[in-house]
Design a protein around this ligand. Structure first.
Ligand SMILES: NC(=O)c1ccc[n+]([C@@H]2O[C@H](COP(=O)([O-])OP(=O)(O)OC[C@H]3O[C@@H](n4cnc5c(N)ncnc54)[C@H](OP(=O)(O)O)[C@@H]3O)[C@@H](O)[C@H]2O)c1
Length: 246
């Protein structure tokens, strides 16, 4: 029996890929989902499908680089559904490429979305979790931070900065209120590579995804596993990658 019915989960980056697959799976298992991203047409379409299948879903336009957007997003969960049990900080971009190209605009964009975006999510959700006496932060990191490879240094840096701050937060949160989970996937077949500007890096990432990338539902199942545990059980880190990935 899933523990998800009655659980309210807000997911950033829910308009495609891992976020959308997570929303679908959690809703199927009975969770109420709040979907956030910038492309609201996509969010509405997904929410409609969830509702048509008997689930509960709300949508919110969110740019994670803006603190006020995250506050509104978290606030929507509370006003619509009475509480927020889990925030999945999943929105992320990978504008990867060789550092020697000095694409500093892409470096800044990754820092803003992947690092500041997660901090904005934490800042919005923590007061709600503290008020409720419990809450769970789930964050999508990457195996790029575990095995550092060419083209991905800055991207990996943003993911590992988040890994570090989540451990700091965990150490400060041993009063039993907050659970933190980071999920580090390897290659997953999503739209992620489409947003890589460097043509060679984009082609390599797209080929790896095509050749052996995981279905995003594999990551959704890992996230569901962490959320479904009883509150006293914190799944700290999950790494999942294609069996064929080096
Ligand atoms: N695919 C992989 O191989 C892989 C591997 C490891 C980790 N990851 C991580 O998995 C997460 C999800 O990526 P994905 O693979 O599912 O890629 P994706 O299909 O490109 O999805 C990325 C999501 O992030 C959202 N997003 C981007 N910038 C945003 C912003 N400023 N504000 C709000 N939302 C924003 C996008 O929505 P909008 O454009 O509609 O705003 C979209 O929903 C990312 O954190 C990524 O780093 C992916």
């Amino acid at each position: 029996m899933s523990t998800l019915p009655g659980t309210v989960v807000a997911i950033t980056g829910a308009s495609s890929g891992i976020g959308a697959a997570t929303a679908r799976l959690l809703a199927e298992r009975g969770a109420t989902v709040v979907l956030g991203a910038r492309r609201t047409d996509r969010l509405e379409e997904l929410a409609e499908r969830i509702r048509a299948a008997g689930g509960r879903a709300a949508t919110c336009a969110v740019d994670v680089t803006e603190p006020a957007g995250l506050e509104q997003f978290v606030g929507l969960a509370v006003t619509e559904f009475g509480r927020l049990d889990v925030l999945v900080n999943n929105a992320g971009i990978g504008r990867i490429g060789p550092m020697a190209e000095l694409d500093t605009a892409s470096w800044s964009a990754m820092i803003e979305v992947n690092l500041r975006g997660v901090l904005n999510g934490i800042a919005a959700a923590l007061p709600v979790f503290r008020r409720q006496g419990r809450g769970h932060l789930v964050t999508t990191l990457s195996t790029a931070g575990l095995r550092i490879v060419p083209d991905q240094g800055v991207y990996a840096g943003t993911k590992n900065a988040v890994r570090t701050l989540l451990e700091g937060l965990r150490q400060e949160s041993t009063d039993g209120v907050l659970r933190t989970t980071s999920v580090s996937p390897g290659y997953v077949r999503t739209e992620f590579a489409d947003h890589i500007e460097d043509p060679a890096a984009r082609a390599r990432a797209a080929e790896n995804m095509r050749e052996f990338g995981l279905d995003p539902e594999a990551v959704a199942r890992a996230i569901a596993f962490a959320i479904e545990q009883p509150h006293e059980v914190e799944i700290g880190e999950i790494t999942l990658r294609p069996t064929r990935q080096g």
